[in-house]
Design a protein around this ligand. Structure first.
Ligand SMILES: Cc1cc2nc3c(=O)[nH]c(=O)nc-3n(C[C@H](O)[C@H](O)[C@H](O)COP(=O)(O)O)c2cc1C
Length: 323
């Protein structure tokens, strides 16, 4: 019942995407999203080498016969475009059908990806960047709003403003990124003209997520007012849980610490350390404001089924209002 340009383009049942999440979006986690009717993206930057990514893609073929994608994040701390291009080559060689690009313009990757007929969904944080991406020939764009988890850009515009604006200005499908965890947000995004939603935080807090249970419990306890923006001072804000590490990083930023000091406080694989150990205070934990709506750790399938069922109920409500 929710057939959209994105379900058609990607050959999926529901217009629900799980955005790439470093360390988290590995085969055992992405496959359940795909098997439940959505689509997830194996996140290349979880792997040290392109060959490790290849192994993970092969694992996906064992775990699902449904479409899946690869996320290639080009944020400055992950290194040069050469590394991203090597990941692209693996995606092409392994027959991946769709790539989510993020972090900076996908321009250097487009000849490789489009030359192989791969669908490119570029994820960004402003309508003007979406217009540029459309000119580059991407197949769809995901607009990330101010309340979303992870990198949110510098424009600080809410999804409620950006999504309808992007839908009016673009010809390619628009995906509403972030701020969604239930049927109300999902249907609201579709009502604003989005062809799909993309979620991170809601899937982060699921049973299949490979992070330690203590991290997921921390998400359940975190309210919508308890996230913060790290790295604003170096113009690369990331929305995270306001934990001990976040307070330390914010204090460094407050006293104008050097770029190296600030980066050293948050980077260096600390995220993986926290996810593995369950210590919720030793690393930045990316998460969106929608975390306040998450009050239990469900299975991935339950998250998706609940969204679809609630959206159907909301449709009945809307039909009742207009009757
Ligand atoms: C724990 C976590 C890690 C993330 N890592 C990445 C990443 O490596 N690359 C990327 O493009 N986006 C990353 N994101 C952003 C998500 O893909 C997605 O855009 C975002 O979570 C959507 O907002 P929401 O959390 O409000 O649903 C991450 C988000 C979270 C919560």
């Amino acid at each position: 019942m929710f057939n959209t340009k994105i379900t058609e383009m990607l050959g999926i049942k529901y217009p629900i995407l799980c955005g790439g999440m470093q360390w988290i979006s590995r085969a055992e986690f992405v496959a359940p999203v795909c098997n439940a009717g959505g689509i997830g993206f194996i996140t290349a930057e979880s792997f040290e080498t392109p060959e490790d990514l290849r192994t993970e893609i092969k694992k996906m073929h064992d775990l699902t016969d449904k479409p899946f994608g690869v996320n290639i994040s080009m944020v400055p701390e992950f290194g040069l475009p050469e590394r991203s291009l090597q990941f692209c080559d693996v995606a092409v060689e392994e027959g991946v059908k769709v790539v989510e690009t993020a972090g900076r313009s996908p321009k250097p990757l487009m000849p490789t990806l489009k030359g192989a007929g791969i669908k490119v969904i570029h994820k960004m944080t402003s309508v003007r960047h979406a217009e540029s991406a459309q000119k580059l020939g991407v197949d769809a764009v995901t607009l990330i709003g101010y309340g979303s988890g992870g990198h949110i850009g510098m424009d600080n515009v809410a999804s409620f403003i950006m999504i309808p604006m992007a839908v009016s200005r673009l010809d390619i499908p628009v995906i509403a990124g972030g701020g969604v965890a239930d049927g109300k947000g999902f249907l609201g995004a579709l009502a604003m003209g989005a062809e799909a939603v993309l979620m991170g935080t809601a899937f982060f807090a699921t049973q299949e997520c490979p992070a330690h249970n203590a991290i997921k419990e921390r998400l359940v306890q975190t309210r919508e007012t308890e996230t913060c923006l790290l790295l604003n001072s170096i113009h690369n804000p990331i929305r995270c849980v306001k934990n001990k590490l976040a307070d330390e990083c914010l204090a460094l930023e407050e006293k104008n610490a050097s770029f190296e000091e600030i980066i050293t406080a948050v980077a260096g694989g600390k995220g993986k350390l926290a996810y593995d150990s369950g210590d919720t205070d030793i690393s930045p934990i990316a998460c969106g404001q929608i975390v306040g709506a998450i009050d239990e750790i469900k299975s991935v399938k339950q998250v998706i089924d609940d969204i679809v069922n609630e959206a159907e109920d909301m449709m009945k409500r809307l039909n009742g209002i207009t009757a």
